[in-house]
Design a protein around this ligand. Sequence first.
Ligand code: DON
Length: 620
Amino acid sequence: MAEKSWDVVVCGDCGRRVSRSSQFLTVSEILRVRKSMRLLHRILRIVCLQCCFWIGVPLFVAAASGGESVKFTGGVVAADHPAASAAGARILREGGNVVDAAVATSFALSVVRPASCGIGGGGFMVIWDADRREARALDYRERAPALATADRYGDAADAGFPEPRSVRGGLASGIPGTVAGLCYASKMWGRLPLRQVLQPAIELCESGVLIDAHDREVQSGTLAKLQKRPEYRRHYALLLKLYLNDGKPWQQGDRFYSPQGPVLKRVAESGAAGFYEGPVAAAIAAAVAEAGGVLTADDLQGYQPTVRTPLQAEFRSATVFTMPPPSSGGIALLQTLQSLECWERRSGSTLQSLQHNSADYVHVVTEAFKHAFADRAEFLGDADYVSVPVRRLLSSDYAEQRAATFRMDRTLEAASYGRFFLKDDAGTSHFSVLDAAGNGVACTETINLTFGSFVVVPEWGILLNNEMDDFSANPGKPNAFGLLQSAANAVQPGKRPLSSMTPTLLVRDGRAVRAVGASGGPRIISATVQNLLNQELWGMTPAAAVAAARFHHQWAPNELLLEADLKNRAGKELEGRGHQVQQSGGLAATQGAARNTDGMLQGGSDPRKSGQPAGFDLEK
Ligand code: DON
């Protein structure tokens, strides 16, 4: 089909216009143009490297190099891909506010981290408006299609399928919310036109983006999965072709050319209608139907994001603003912080008196996690559909009760955690933005597992989420993240699946001073807590806070996951206290940004996902 596409093809490294056409291009035409660009890029790369070596001019002036804590005076963006951070920083420099920067970063992530998030998925954004001294939460989580009833999922429905129907294929996808959410945020709270804010993402489609270590890891994992199930290569041939280099392992220096340019261009011109109406909506519905799903064009047309009041609590002379249900992460994060403060009071000790990541520290924080995750399993779901006892879960009495159970010498039986024990009763991306004026955005977005449902819309290259697996689609059985969940999170038409995404801001004296969050399923919650504590308690820079070794416990399964450093350091002692210790590879990927007391802004992007922050300085 001959749909509208870009008319100028730009090289991302040098900004050079490579071709111009007044014709609208199709996806396959674009792919042809890109093939020839690859050769040109190889030649240009050699020339550019030579120039940089001899002239000594860095290509990206404002980007902070991985791990370093570069300081900025104007604004900072920490995403899990350097080009996405740079997209947000560019929009700040062009006069955009933090919401414009967040929208630009998110659309760029859709292009450069397609396995993690994107326009086929959903997300949450927490915003601090320093002028109005007001916090907002925007919920653009996917919703279950009108025909997605519980009986379509679970053991009986899954019989004969290689993976649960909530995980792969058409039934796995919820109604995508990202485009609606970003367009809404841009219109209500942004300063620049949507077209300008989308420009960096469109340019990244045109120029392609250099493959990094994370892309190579994701490709080899997904190819191994496709290899194991030969029918997948047929069903998900487009995923293979458009997102996995046709099955050929990515090489150093290769570039990925996203097929999403035409649809991004439509959104730049027509806003959310460019996605939720007309040929794009029709093509999404047809692709889902072909893959056995029930998401319709009416579902898409009816999708609206929801503005919510963030959860709020005091923590060490600051106010924490975080995401309410359908996120479980906000409640779990606040419960964890509350339990830790109560433990400090009751024990007459402080967390800082325990060494960072010592066995004592890991043990105490783990006890707090276990309570929070036990409550998550039992009570949480979409509060627009089920009753979630938020006030009770966050009451100070309940926090005291939880902290009263902590013992330093041992962990407890699973049944001792959570559950109001008072008598009467896997593909995501997080980024953080701060500006000089005190505004902030914490935003986490997802298509759920790596490459979501594997279903790609042929005409537009849109990769659809598999968020339906975040419901308790198979009652009594853990989901892909091993999470046990209750009837509160059962599949129901229109409902949003429970999420662990935990975008969180810390506000002090009217200014956002920290913006944190993570990707990694339930590990999002533990990684976000540790990122925050590493900065607040242990005085780490955002770069150090995101890089430090991490631990995770989600109550069920009953295992304490420790990254290798931590296992070597504290594993034996923790086993001695009854923890079932397992060594784990990288636990989640977390990003953070901070405002120092001198007003300088710093960002940290997790080295586990090859990210890198970027920012800009105000002119003197
Ligand atoms: O919303 C959630 O909790 C999940 N869909 C998040 C999945 C995730 O973080 C995958 N990993 N990187």
